[in-house]
Design a protein around this ligand. Structure first.
Ligand code: PLP
Length: 379
């Protein structure tokens, strides 16, 4: 059969490649973007409780009302924004929310602007729907958006702009001024925003997370995507949600209902209850900042130069003082020769731009980070 692929450029990801290599050589794996520690036992007990209470059948398509109400309450407390539970859809992780948002609005020939380096799940979905990706490339060492030059990418075909805040892989955050600059660019147009905020609660050094939901004008044209996986150390549960104004939510759900229809019922009951205790998510900045700092302090004195991480699970390191080989080669050699796996940042650029930077994930036990530090000190 002559199967002509709809996504000819999608192959095995670097994440699989690096993890396989790490397994093969027994390296400490700081390439994977998920915790190697367990979630709160209280959360596990809640799921077990609800399964025992026979909450095991389909949920309503948009998500359980109790969970959507708990999310709306949390948004009001943390972002000061009023969101109606009807504008919230519970999804199978942030990934499914991203998929539904993109596919519900992008048509063949539409342009979608991405800021690169970019998380890998945006571009293929745009292309699957016949959209054209236009990229704005950020550069080392500060990786800041210059909204003036960004504005040159906007055309009459621009349908959607995707932002990610806090950012994977950069660990950078967008300021209130960034959101204001973006708002000025889209004001008076029909351009929509997809704001990937799965790391919303992982922001460091006393900084505030600036959600599109806290920006009254951007909120009216945005899909905002969140992940319980990142917030509660349950990435394997694949639970998240999307917040969008009514007309956008209506379109989003047209895709969602034929994509999964509804997501895991006992997990939704458990999360609705667990969300009521604010301390279950408000302590995350300190928790992850301690890990970021532990790794950074441990690597002081090595030739790996940290690039400031303001949020997310990730810390970038510039390795140019050690080698001038391509970052993919360096990451593989570091895994084989020094026993620590990382992700080369060039894979997050469509152009393969190589800034001689690798991404380390610090969402790991202190013991894991300690092992990695010891090994990297030999480099
Ligand atoms: C920026 C970003 N968005 C979305 C996701 C996916 O979230 P989920 O695991 O809830 O599908 C991830 C996961 O790594 C991510 O880093």
């Amino acid at each position: 059969m002559n199967l002509s692929s709809k996504l000819p450029r999608v192959g095995t990801t670097i994440f699989t490649v690096m993890s396989q290599l790490a397994n093969e050589v027994g390296a400490v794996n700081l390439s994977q973007g998920f915790p190697d520690f367990d979630c709160d036992p209280v959360l596990k007990d809640l799921v077990t409780k609800y399964m025992g209470e026979a909450k095991n059948q389909y949920s309503p398509m948009p998500g359980l009302p109790a969970l959507r109400e708990a999310i709306a309450t949390k948004i009001k407390k943390t972002r000061g924004a009023l969101v109606h539970p009807d504008d919230i859809t519970v999804t199978a992780g942030g990934t499914q929310a991203l998929y539904c948002a993109i596919s519900s609005v992008v048509r063949a020939g539409d342009e979608v602007i991405l800021i690169e380096p970019a998380y890998d799940s945006y571009k293929p979905v745009v292309e699957l729907h016949g959209g054209n990706v236009r990229t704005y490339e950020l550069s080392a060492p500060d990786f800041q958006v210059d909204w003036n030059s960004f504005s040159r990418l906007i055309t009459h075909k621009t349908r959607l702009i995707i932002i990610n805040n806090p950012h994977n892989p950069l660990g950078k955050t967008l300021s209130r001024d960034d959101l204001e600059a973006l708002n000025k660019l889209v004001s008076g147009t029909d351009i929509m925003i997809l704001s990937d905020e799965v790391y919303e609660h992982i922001v460091f050094d006393g900084k505030e997370h600036h959600s599109v939901l806290s920006h009254p004008e951007l909120k009216e044209r945005s899909f905002a995507v969140f992940s319980f996986g990142k917030t509660f150390h349950i990435t394997g549960w694949k639970m998240g949600y999307c917040v969008a104004p009514e007309p956008m939510t209506r379109e989003f759900r047209k895709v969602h209902q034929f994509n999964v229809f509804a997501v895991n019922t006992p997990a939704q009951f458990a999360l609705a209850e667990y969300l009521k205790t604010e301390s279950n998510y408000l302590g995350l900045p300190e928790f992850f900042q301690a890990k970021r700092d532990y790794l950074q302090e441990g690597l002081q004195g090595t030739r790996l130069k940290p690039i400031s991480s303001e949020g997310s699970y990730f810390q970038l390191y510039d390795y140019s003082a050690i080698a001038d080989e391509a970052d993919t080669e360096f990451a593989k050699r570091m895994t084989r020769e020094y026993g620590v796996a990382a992700i080369p940042v060039s894979v997050f650029y469509s152009s393969g731009k190589d800034e001689k930077v690798i991404r380390l994930c610090f969402a790991k036990k202190e013991e894991t980070l300690g092992k990695a530090i010891k090994l990297l000190k030999e480099m």
